[in-house]
Each structure stands twice: as C-alpha cells, then as structure tokens.
Design a protein around this ligand. Structure first.
Ligand code: PLP
Length: 265
C-alpha cells in the first residue's frame, strides 16, 4: 500500500473544457502529492473562448455531500474556487465552522472568468468580505480581484486591509499586471513578505488561477513554510502553462500532467 496523501476538500465549479474548475484542482492537487476530494458547486457551459452560462448546485446537496465525505475522510485543508452563488458560499462557511474550523482554508476568489463573464451573483462580494476572507489562511487573488474585494485601488493598501480583516496570507498573482515579468507578491503580517518573479509566457491560458490556488493547497498541507509553499505552487503552475495545449482556437489549456512525460523530452 502507498503512503496516504493528505486530503484537500475542494468546493469548485465544473469546466467541461478541463482548463479550469474542479478538473484543474484535482490534477494540480494530485500532481503535488495531495489527494483531492471534490464537491461541484456549479456546472458551467463554456468553450476555450468564453463562459456561456452556469447553473449553481443547490446548497442543500452541497452540504449533504460534505457531510458524507467528512464522515470517512481525514481532511487536511479546504480549497474554495467558483462557489456558484452567495447562498452556497454562506452554507459552505457555516458547514466549515461546525466541522473543520481549524484546517487551513485556501481561497481562489472567483468572481468572473478570465474573459470577464460573471461567475457569481450580486451578493457574493459581501460574503467574501464578511464571512470568507476573515477565516482564510491563504487568499490567491489577481490584481483586479484584490481591488474588487477590498474596494481599494492600491495593491499594498488593499492587501493590508484584507490582512487586517483576518486573512493570514495573500498571494497576489502577477498575471494581470502590465509588466514585463510576472511578479507574484506574498503578503502576510504587516505587509509584503516576498516577491516571486517568473518569465511571462506568450498567449492566453485558461485556468491558471485555479491551478495556482490548488497547487498552493497541496504544498501547504505538506507543511512547507508559506514562502516555500507558494514558490513551489508558482513553479508548478508556470510549468503547466509552459507545457499547455493549443487544443482549440481560444485560450490554451494547461498541461498539469507535464511531469508524467518529462523523461521523453
Ligand atoms: N472555475 C470555473 C468552473 C471556471 O469556469 C473558471 C473560469 O472560467 C474559473 C474557475 C476561474 O478560473 P481562474 O481562476 O483559473 O481564472
């Protein structure tokens, strides 16, 4: 029998292209030595160009599934992606408080697709601010998400405000910055802890945020120091994008299993 991997409980949406969502989360977590247990919060209708629509799972079924899983799995961390509705977001946080309040909570604050289509409802930002961020161990927004969540259009001030509201660490991904390289900033305590810079790859990629947050969750449950955990996750995400597939005409789809055929290269 193999050694048991730490289990990450993922709440996220399903993207049938496999670029983002629960498929991305599972591949990233399992690649980095964790095991993903998955609860689908929404079904999306999308291709490599755009999200055409989505239907949220009802909160009661989510919670029933979470109750079933927690009965037999030892959960090491929770990862949140697309939540589908503010009702789902509230229900998940309430369930976490009564079942797994002390396990690390890694949050990719999904508000919209990378092409700008909304993946939330009007009340979700308030639930992030009031219920989710104050409980979050590591939040992984890009710059637009950081500004939307904080209501502040200055990165360091926005990060400080969210840290003061109770979040322990914030990894602001550099993908949406207008800079030559991708500068990923890790904030914690009173401010900036580390900047991790990687080469900016040409092209558009679908699911980079999901991959990064899930890779962080897997690295986190192995007990790495926060700076080392996010550095490993950034490297894994970058490699997945560098090996991405141009399977369709739109955004490229990350190859998160690139490491399984590294010897052939
Ligand atoms: N989750 C699902 C199901 C999605 O369809 C998308 C984007 O379309 C996202 C999350 C957001 O992806 P990311 O955070 O990787 O940009």
């Amino acid at each position: 029998m193999s050694t048991l991997p730490p289990v990450v409980l993922v709440f996220a949406g399903h993207d049938p292209t496999g670029g983002a969502g629960i498929i991305a989360d599972t591949q990233a977590i399992n690649s980095l030595g964790g095991y993903a247990a998955t609860i689908v919060t929404a079904l999306t209708n999308q291709d490599s160009h755009e999200v055409k629509g989505f239907a949220a799972t009802d909160s009661e079924s989510l919670i029933k599934q979470a109750d079933t899983l927690v009965e037999e799995l030892l959960i090491a961390a929770i990862k949140l992606g697309m939540l589908g509705s503010s009702d789902n977001a509230r229900a998940i946080m309430q369930w976490r408080a009564s079942h797994l309040a002390s396990v690390p909570l890694i949050v990719d604050p999904v508000l919209a697709s990378d092409q700008g289509q909304s993946l939330s409802d009007d009340g979700l930002i308030k639930v992030y601010r009031d219920n989710i961020i104050p409980q979050t161990t590591l939040l992984t927004p890009n710059v637009p998400e950081l500004y939307q969540l904080s209501g502040i259009k200055n990165e360091a001030e926005a990060a400080r405000a969210l840290l003061q509201s109770g979040c322990s660490y914030i990894l602001v991904s550099g993908s949406h910055r207008d800079s030559e390289h991708v500068d990923n900033m890790l904030y914690g305590g009173d401010g900036l802890l580390e900047t991790i810079t990687v080469e900016r790859l040409p092209g558009h990629y679908h699911g980079s945020g999901c991959t990064l947050a899930s890779a962080c969750a897997a690295a986190w449950v192995h007990g790495l120091e926060p700076v080392h955990a996010v550095a490993e996750a950034i490297d894994y995400t970058w490699q997945s994008l560098q090996h991405a597939y141009a399977l369709a005409q739109g955004s490229h789809l990350p190859n998160r299993l690139y490491w399984t055929h590294e010897d052939e290269e």
